[in-house]
Design a protein around this ligand. Structure first.
Ligand SMILES: [Fe+2]
Ligand SMILES: [Fe+2]
Length: 331
């Protein structure tokens, strides 16, 4: 049973029986997915010290506790409403923001939320083996912190789908658990989220570049005319900052160690032979993840992006093949 206590939330879940029932139905499938596709080997026995958001105020979103990962309390949080918020630009500029989904934009908005939502579980799937070969306990905890928050970001998008898109939304929520990163028959929607993340250099590059794209996408969604979407993504941004920190400091630590070893060896030896990662290898990883992440921003000239702007809903990215610009999000 889901209760307000079990799912920390500020959306009045216990007083909305229909929504509560829908999420009750979805939750076991989510847990099943987490156990199968989440961190491998860290499900049943390990108590992990992680941050759990229990409210949106500064003291509440940084609450720490020991949990077994499948028992993490994935919560649903919207940032506080802004009084008399108005649409910031585009065709509807100056009008009050929307608290329900306008019929004419229903499909576009649904696609936008689904594409954003799809990246969240995708990244957990991509990273599921990393715990088996972590460089340190510090890194392991950071990995799991990122993973549980990507899980919570999925909850955030599923909450929107269930609350505002009826039957279609419920179907989409199930599909979000059915697609799988790298799966030939049912891949994740965006290319970068089907790439394997086999090692920690991949992971740090992903959190450095792909989560940075995620932040950029969330920032634009947080300006959405659809107020619940804006408030949901605004709160997600607080967590996204830490993901980027993990990436940036991870890459920096590797570079520093490489430079140390180069110096120690008098710049004569191959860094690899003394246990470092050589600069050309690091550069290759930068090139790969930088370009995969840049691709998520879409084409410069795009009719879809134009209409997203006009309707005050961001933002474009291109499918690598075909150039169809569509909204997306980052992990
Ligand atoms: Fe995320
Ligand atoms: Fe992220």
């Amino acid at each position: 049973m889901i209760s307000a206590e079990k799912i920390p939330n500020n959306v009045g879940l216990s007083s909305n029986k229909r929504l509560q029932r829908a999420l009750e139905h979805w939750q076991p499938a989510y847990i099943q997915w987490w156990k199968e596709m989440g961190p491998q080997g860290f499900q049943d026995y390990h108590q992990v010290y992680v941050r759990t958001a229990v409210s949106v105020d500064p003291s509440g979103w940084a609450h720490f506790e020991y949990v077994k990962l499948p028992e993490y309390r994935w919560g649903i949080f919207l940032a506080d409403p802004v009084h008399d918020r108005r649409i910031g630009f585009g065709d509807f500029m100056g009008q009050p923001v929307w608290h329900e989904v306008p019929g004419e934009f229903r499909n576009q908005l649904r696609r936008l939320i689904v594409t954003q939502g799809d990246t969240e579980p995708a990244s957990v799937e991509q990273q599921r083996w990393l715990g088996q070969r972590c460089p340190s306990l510090y890194d392991l905890r950071n990995l799991f912190q990122v993973n549980v928050e990507e899980g919570r970001h999925l909850w955030a998008m599923v909450y929107l789908l269930h609350s505002y898109f009826g039957r279609d939304g419920r179907d989409e929520a199930e599909e979000l658990l059915a697609r799988q990163s790298g799966n030939r028959d049912k891949p994740r929607i965006l290319d970068a989220f089907n790439e394997p993340i086999d090692n920690w250099l991949d992971f740090f590059m992903f959190t450095m570049f792909t989560d940075r794209d995620g932040k950029s996408q969330l920032l634009s969604l947080s300006e959405s005319s659809l107020d619940p979407l804006a408030r949901t993504t605004r709160f997600m941004l607080t967590e996204e900052a830490h993901h980027m920190f993990v990436g940036e400091t991870g890459v920096a630590r590797i570079l520093e160690r490489t430079c140390q070893l180069m110096k120690q060896s008098g710049f004569s030896e191959d860094v690899r032979s003394v246990g470092g990662i050589d600069l050309p290898t690091i550069q290759k990883f930068v090139n790969l993840w930088f370009s995969l992440s840049l691709d998520l921003h879409g084409n410069e000239i795009s009719t879809n992006a134009a209409s997203y702007f006009a309707n005050r809903r961001q933002v474009g990215r291109s499918q690598r093949h075909g150039g169809d610009v569509r909204a997306r999000g980052g992990a």
